[in-house]
Write a protein that binds this ligand. Structure first.
Ligand code: GLU
Length: 302
């Protein structure tokens, strides 16, 4: 048997139903995996329990099934992976790579340095907690390095970032005990043997942090392809917060066709009249990743 050399994934956060924005990521990651004869896994990123909307995991999985997007293996839930995240922190701690930080939001926001995501943490707790902070709940941060992380994204091209000066030492476990996305995604992509990550370009700035962690932990770096983000008329990313409408599962074909068009493909109008099977047949026969536009744009909703 030939071993699969492509293992992709779709990793939605269960903060609401599947909408056109998340459907774009699901469809592109699915097609990329399938045209490479690869596997496509689904991981529910419910690590931040404070943001989880009850029942949305079930709704997302039900939507994928009704849209004919069959995944491989068991669905992984990050809420069941806490032991793996804690073990990883213990390992980093043994190597002196993480430290407690009890700075308040205010103290962090006051940092004079601004990076790609706002204030850059100054590293003030790197050499130990100040004595007047010792009894505050503390986060755990990873020490970053003053060197460039570089990678070539399969759509966006060359990306480089100095994590220390552009982001700063970043949080792996929050003061409220919640493991962060950056930690969980790195641990799980490695554990699940993900070879190719296809996701929205809103995460492009996170990728160097993830590659940095992969290097610290001795993990392989997967290939990355960051898709254009779907924005609404106000130019905001389509999301639960911007009131994106859930996919209407009673007539999914216009939305699937709109998704392919957003991704630069050229599906014929008749596809809307057919069924889900003929949609996927066409999509698999004609999918060309090189046609995906780089920039975020508006989607012509059906
Ligand atoms: N859970 C993230 C989201 O829904 C995606 C994370 C990833 O693909 O790395 O935006």
């Amino acid at each position: 048997m030939q071993l699969s050399v492509y293992r992709g994934r779709f990793a939605p956060s269960p903060t609401g139903s599947l909408h056109l924005g998340s459907l774009v990521t699901a469809v592109a990651s699915y097609l990329e995996a399938r045209i490479h004869n690869g596997e496509w896994l689904v991981r529910i990123e419910d690590v931040d329990s404070t943001r989880v909307i009850p029942d949305s995991s079930r709704q997302i999985l039900h939507a994928l099934e009704s849209l004919g997007m069959d995944w491989d293996g068991e669905v992984v839930y990050q809420s069941q992976r806490h032991t793996a995240y804690q073990t990883t922190l213990t390992k980093l701690n043994k190597n002196g790579l993480i430290y407690p930080c009890a700075c308040s939001r205010r103290e962090i926001a006051d940092s004079a340095m601004r990076g790609v995501e706002g204030p850059v943490y100054s590293g003030s707790c790197r050499n130990g907690l100040p004595s007047n902070h010792a009894d505050r709940p503390h986060a755990l941060r990873v020490k970053t390095e003053n060197s460039q992380i570089e990678f070539v994204d399969n759509l966006q091209g060359k990306v480089h970032q100095c994590v220390e000066s552009e982001i700063g030492d970043f949080v792996l476990r929050r003061a409220d005990g919640i493991y962060t996305y950056q930690l969980a995604v790195v641990v799980d992509d490695a554990w699940q043997g993900i070879t190719h990550v296809v996701r929205g370009a809103d995460l492009l700035h996170s990728t160097p942090r993830q590659i940095y962690l992969q290097k610290l932990l001795g993990y392989k770096t997967p290939a990355y392809l960051h898709l254009p983000v779907v924005v609404n008329k106000q130019g905001e990313k389509l999301s639960k917060q911007t009131q994106a409408a859930p996919i209407d599962l009673t007539k999914p074909l216009p939305q699937l066709v709109a998704t392919l068009r957003f991704l630069g493909q050229n599906p014929p109008d008749e596809l809307v009249e057919g069924d889900i099977n003929s949609f996927w047949q066409w999509a698999l026969a004609h999918w060309q990743a090189e046609k995906i536009p780089k920039g975020s744009h508006f989607i012509n909703e059906p």
